[in-house]
Design a protein around this ligand. Structure first.
Ligand code: SR1
Ligand code: MG
Length: 434
């Protein structure tokens, strides 16, 4: 990963910027419109905990006698790596703007926004309780009966209504322009997902020596490198819709009945399959990780089946919802409706809708593969696998996931629906790969 060459901020920071601490946060928050009323009592009564366990930011939970809230503040560097890797504070602006946009289309699936402080690069928002991070729930073997429908709705509505199918060209171009400056966050994705796992890179890591052979093989795998670069080109060049940009199971908070999508700081206008693939990939990673977690064999098998059913339901529900939106709310400037009013036109347009969903599925499959590989051979790993303490056991799961990731990337055109994708996962699960 090349270090970021700029830390430029157009919207945030300034001489007053300073990382908040549990000690300094109450005084700052007391000046923030509405926060004091929401928390109740006096600043000295507020309990502040820093709970950020992500790769980039500070996250505080603040509780007062009248209620709670969350403050998320950007640091001027990558928290996971340290000050040697500077990163623009402006990502908090993009996160705020993405949350506002998501709030237009799926208000029930995002946290409520209370305040954005440009100088401190901080967003004040709803404290979601008793929600937990979906990834942690999956590691604990919990089931979420609504999560597939909610994630499908989140993606279908946001992707459709910010695409040229659902949004007028002038607004879509403005949206694309606004997010086009989220350059450094996109660069992280371009390098950590699409490039570094396929070359020698300082920040790469993997379970070693167990996976040394696969890491070496991937760096020499020409069809794989062509395929991942095709996907990267799509990420760089295809402005289909406003993406969340980092839609893994750590960006989702859940209860059994409720789902909220958080952390859209990587938002930009890009290829829709990137978000869909991210969700699918993280259920597949959870699936392969399960074999390395302790527990009863029958329960494990049932839970693994639930994970694959959930991935299946995410795609099936997403496809159904996206098509329904296209048929009923095609207010964008793509596929001008008056050209397709007669029977032949209507049939041709419906055939095009079906073909578009097939293309979107192919993209989603490829991006899912990319997201799986990066979590095992690249810098940023996932707790599902990392919590497997025995490296020999962890490597068995990781090897299966890498095999699936490679197939999804290279052979993405051959998957004509979720059934063969799920068959691949089940087959690899049974194998002890050399
Ligand atoms: C240096 S940031 C590493 C990763 O964390 C974020 O969640 C994104 O997935 C990014 O690629
Ligand atoms: Mg995040």
């Amino acid at each position: 990963m090349a270090m970021a060459s700029t830390t430029s901020n157009r919207h945030t920071g300034g001489p007053g910027y300073t990382p908040l601490t549990p000690a300094t946060l109450p005084a700052w928050l007391a000046k923030t419109a509405g926060a004091a009323a929401r928390l109740g009592g006096e600043p000295r009564d507020w309990r502040v905990r820093e709970v950020g366990d992500g790769n980039l930011n500070l996250v505080f939970i603040v509780e007062g006698p009248g209620g709670g809230l969350v403050v998320k503040q950007a640091l001027p560097y990558v928290r996971l790596v340290g000050e040697s890797w500077p990163l623009p504070l402006d990502r908090s602006w993009y996160e705020y703007r993405a949350l506002v946009t998501h709030g237009r289309f799926v208000p029930e699936l995002v946290p409520a926004l209370y305040h954005f402080d440009a100088e401190q690069a901080a967003v004040v928002m709803e404290w979601l309780s008793p929600h937990i991070i979906l990834r942690k729930g999956l590691i604990q073997g919990r089931r979420y009966p609504m999560v597939a429908e909610h994630l499908a709705a989140f993606m279908a509505r946001n992707l459709f209504f910010t695409s040229d199918l659902g949004m007028k060209a002038a607004e879509k171009r403005a949206l694309q322009g606004e997010f086009s400056h989220n350059i450094e966050l996109c660069r992280i994705t371009e390098e950590l997902i699409f490039t570094d796992p396929y070359r020698i890179a300082e920040l790469n890591r993997w379970t070693s020596p167990q996976l040394d052979d696969v890491a070496t093989a991937f760096r020499a795998d020409a069809p794989l490198k062509v395929a991942i670069q095709e996907l990267k080109w799509g990420f760089l060049s295809r402005g289909q819709a406003l993406l969340h940009g980092d839609l893994h199971t750590g960006s989702v908070m859940v209860t059994e009945a409720d789902t909220r999508v958080i952390d859209p700081e990587f938002a930009f206008v890009g290829p829709m399959g990137f978000d869909v693939g991210a969700v699918l990939a993280n259920f597949f990673l959870a699936y392969f990780a399960k074999a390395g977690h302790p527990g009863d064999e029958d329960e494990r098998a049932a839970y693994e089946a639930w994970l694959l059913q959930t991935a299946d339901a995410v795609w099936t529900s997403f496809e159904r919802r996206f098509l329904a939106l296209w048929r009923a709310h095609a207010q964008g400037d793509a596929f001008t409706g008056e050209l397709f009013l007669d029977a032949a036109g209507s049939a041709a347009l419906e055939a095009k809708r079906q073909a578009t969903m097939r293309e979107l599925f192919t993209d989603s499959v490829g991006y899912a593969g990319a997201k799986m590989v990066r979590r095992i051979l690249g810098l940023a790993h996932v707790e599902d696998l990392e919590c497997i303490a025995d490296p020999d056991v962890r490597a068995v799961s990781e090897r299966r996931a890498l095999a699936m990731g490679r197939s999804l990337i290279v052979e993405r055109q051959r998957f004509d629906g979720m059934a063969p994708v799920l068959d691949l996962a089940r087959n690899l699960r049974q194998q002890v790969l050399p």
